[in-house]
Each structure stands twice: as structure tokens, then as C-alpha cells.
Design a protein around this ligand. Sequence first.
Ligand SMILES: [Zn+2]
Length: 444
Amino acid sequence: MEETIRYLIRYLIRSEVPEEIYKSIGYTSEEEKFGLYKVVIVASPFFSDGTYGKTSSLPTLPLPELEGVPVLFGEPRIEQRGDTWIIYADLVAGAYFLMTRYEEMVRPEVHDEHGRFPGKESLPYRAGFIKRPLVDLYGLILRKILRKAGFPIEKVDQHFHNFYLTHDVDVPFKYRTWRSVLRALIKNRNLKEAWDVKTGKLSWDPYYKFPEMFYKFEYFKARVPFPCHCIMFFRSGGHTKHDRPHYSFKSKDMRTLLKFCEEMGVEMGLHASYEAGGDPSLIAKERERLCDILGKEIRWNRHHFLRSRRPEDMEALISAGITEDFTMGYADIAGFRLGTSREVRWINPHTRQLTPLVLHPLLIMDCTLSERKYMHLKFSEALLYSIELLHETISVGGEPTLLWHNTSLESDWCSDYNYIGWLYNVLVKEMVEFEAFDDYLNLE
Ligand SMILES: [Zn+2]
């Protein structure tokens, strides 16, 4: 637990802050110890034995605010006593609560038809801060108090520190198998198109949007002043209806795609199947299979359907040899599921132990914005919402991850609810000129 607390305080103040400053921060509820530190975060009873893990430990609404930022535990006040600054808001417990998905551990009975915790049930959504990276904002408050205590800490650099354009390969091709042509025949829909694509060139396939995606990535990477990554997540298992279609890595088309990924410097990860979401012990086999197929070590993962169901399921990723996971967004609402815009090490809320697994929070999944069962936003609303999230991320120096499926880029026209391909083009362009965000939001 001590290691976990140390990690959380370090995470809040960020790694560039020197060790001696870090050591001047205390986390205690014992008043007689306050004088030992320059800054004290007063520990609330959250971690105590009678409280931890109980439903009664969940914050009640409405939440009080400290400097406009909601406080989950403790009191929203700061005072100076002699040389010591005392923060009565328990920023450590608040960060822990969000980063570990504590409420999902305490409310296991709450889930949707896929076994996922719904974002609309979450505290960040119900309390109205799903669009704000609360943990990062806690960090800014702590850094500000350290400055007041006399430490030379600079303001956080307001730029993206990394950018992840990611794509889950659920359905790589629309009409490149005879089976898909047969389906078009049976359904009596688009038969001519299916026939032409099957007997024509791969690039004619409406789902084969990879060249467009990769060139967009190249364009983006060449113009932005921060590191960016393009990652493709491939499925390699699963027997449920949600794991169809199965694609063969041996097919000529798939080999062409993989070669193209290599040429373009695209990184690759496992897209753990829907079935493995239900039985995480299957992830190891799926990773092994993908490593064999691709002839390289695969260490990154995202779950199909974002079906990482319970916090403790992350254990299976570690056992399977996964070191970084990109699943952590809610399917039904875009925003900061883990309360942070930066990569974070997974803390198991059952054991309270820090683990080596790195989580990259997922900021926006394409269909979350448009689908009727999720947010069902119109184009203008989705654009504004996305830009607000990206703006929040920039303002705390975060690292956004976007998930766009190749199938979403099939149509590049824009109507009220059919705009996902178009939106991607607009967002990539806007991010290149990201000062333009201010025009949308009328910020200074
Ligand atoms: Zn998927």
C-alpha cells in the first residue's frame, strides 16, 4: 500500500519534480506530524479497514469543489499553518478511486448486456465531470501549493505529450471473400458492388481504408511537434457471434495489409476477442497465436467491444505477457474513464497493489459519439464534444488516444448522424492547427 501511495503522489506532481520536493509532501491524518512537511494532504478515512470496499465509502452527490474542481473525499479547503500548507481534500484517495475503477469493484452488479460497467452509471458522469481529467487537475492544485510553499515548480507544459491514433481491425474487408459476395446475393443488396470488388482490386474494397488512415497518420506526424503513434489492433481468436467475421492472416489480402503496416511503421497490438473479455484466461493463447502469425512479440492490447469487464480481469493481461492496455474508455460515453489523460500503472483495487501493467486511457471511440444506443450526437455536437475533450487534454499536458475503425471511414460524407469518417478528417486537420481549438471554445 505504501508503494501505491508513493506512486500516486509522484503521479500527481509528475516525474520531473525532484525527489527532495516529493519528500516534503506528507499524506497523513495525524496532526502532530503536519509540521514535518511543507505540504500535507490530509488522509480521509477512505483507506481505513471499516470503510474500504464498502458501498458506504462511495462519494455522495453533490460533490463539494476546491478551486472549481470536484472533491471526492475530505474537505474542500486549504490552510497555511506556520511553514506548512495543509490540503484537507484527500487528493490521493480521489485519484486512487478514479484510476483503479474502485466503484466498479464496489458495484459489481451494475453492468450492460456485454458485462461492461456503463459510463452513464459512473460517478464521473453522474457528477458531471466525465469531460474533465480530475486526477490531472488535482495534480495542478498540488503543484500550485508546492509553489506557494516556495518550491520552484514550473507550470505544466500545455501540449500533447504523446498522441495515439488507433484502429481496431474488426472487419478488414467488406467484399473480398466469396462468402461476402454470397451474402450480398442472398440479401439482394449491393451484389454488383460486391462482385466488382471481389474480382477487382483490393483498394476498391469499401472497408480497405488503411492507405487513407496511414497517409493521414504520416501527414499528422510530419506536422505536429509531439510524438505520435499509429496502432492497429488485430483479432486472433474468439468463438462468439461478436467475434465474427474471422479473418485469415494467410490470405493474400491480409498479407498485403500486414506488409503495408510494416512499411508505414505502424505498431501492432492484440484485439482480445469478445469471448476473452468473458473469460480472460483465453487472452494468453490469443496473444501467443498473434505473435506466431506476425513473427514478433506483441505486448499491447485492446479488448474488442472494450469488454474488459471487472477491474481484477487486468490480472490476466499481466499473466498473458501484455505490458500496455488501451481499453480504458466507456463504450457509451466519451471522456476520462480513469480520471486522467496520461498513461498510468494499473493498481489492483482488491489488493491495493501497484502492478507493472500500463494503461493508456481511451479518450474517444468513434461509434460512442454517433450511435443511438450511446451518445447519439449530431455532427456539430460530436465535433464540439471531441474538441472540448482534446482541449482539456492539452491544458494538462496529456496524451490522447483516439479509436477509429477502418469501417467507420467507409463513407466520407456528412449528415446529422452519419459523419464519423468525416469527423476523423476534421479532427486530424484541427489537431494539426490545434490553436484553432480556441476559436471553437472562445477561450483566451
Ligand atoms: Zn473490436
